[in-house]
Design a protein around this ligand. Sequence first.
Ligand code: BDR
Ligand code: CA
Length: 353
Amino acid sequence: MKYVWLDVDPGHDDATAIMLAVNLPDIQLLGVSTTHGNASSEYTALNAARCLFAFGSKPEDVRVFPGADQPLLFEAKHDPEIHGVDGLGGVEGLPALDDPRVLAFFEEDADGKRVRALEGMSRIIKQAWAKGTGHKVTVVSSGPMTNIALFFSVYPDFIEAVEEIVFMGGGVGVGNRSSVAEYNILCDPHSSQIVLNVPVKKSMVPLNVTHTAIVTKALHSLLLDPKVKVQSQDQTELPKPATPLRHTLSTLISFFAASYKSTFGFDSGPPLHDALTIAYVAKPELFNATRYRVDIELSGTHTVGETVVDMWKYRPCDDTWGRHGRNCLVAESLNVPGFFDLLLAAIAHCDSI
Ligand code: BDR
Ligand code: CA
């Protein structure tokens, strides 16, 4: 069993990460924190709670803790072009932002203010680690890493409670928000570098791998109805959704596909970036990963936010995961059919709740 803390900015693909985290048997989700990113921190917090509700979680099991509103130095940049202004554009079937079942996922302090990410993380990770059985926690990040950087800066003692940090971000020689910068890293490069220096095992799931997990029309059809006979990879006729959950996921995929087509010209379908982080934790055998030194470009005119990966192991590094070591496993390939089997199994589980 993996005990997971999830930090997200939902976001269509973050929503799929939440669905997996709630519905895979190998994962126990301890809590969710949210960050600025795809939309404002107000929206991402509410969206995380809407997704938890829709995907079968309960407030007595998992709470949402709103986190950083801004990156450390840069101004927050949201991504309405890809995710809509509220972060989950076009997604049907979720409860409204102000639905009491959504608001129930937040804890309030004595002054009626929502308990924030660092407080929630420290309390819940401490409980998991100190339960006598001493569960180490895997921290998963699928947005800008401001909360994670602040958490380890403010609470360095928690390093021993953490098994691994797994993040979706970066690219090796590629970018989606500049020629070489990936969105999550570009939003807060300084936090990303702080996290890369934390002396804990880390794994990065970059664009090079996430862009192999494309939801083609054939996969979209299977997601709508697993009993359907798929005619071809790019079949135009989608079947009717077999359940309300599948309708919700289908509207999510359709909006995301349209964004990737209008922004990047992709015809084949959208990549499910963030879902891969949870798949990586649940089934690491689906991935090949190699350990390298990874740093972030903090100031280049054309390259700020680039993940600089020492592929030829040129830099002298020690065996630690921190500031002087080969600090990060970089996922290099994915068993794509294995990943989609996992996704479809999680959807089937969610349907049965
Ligand atoms: C990342 O940026 C966001 O748009 C997605 O949610 C994902 O986390 C991909 O670059
Ligand atoms: Ca994200």
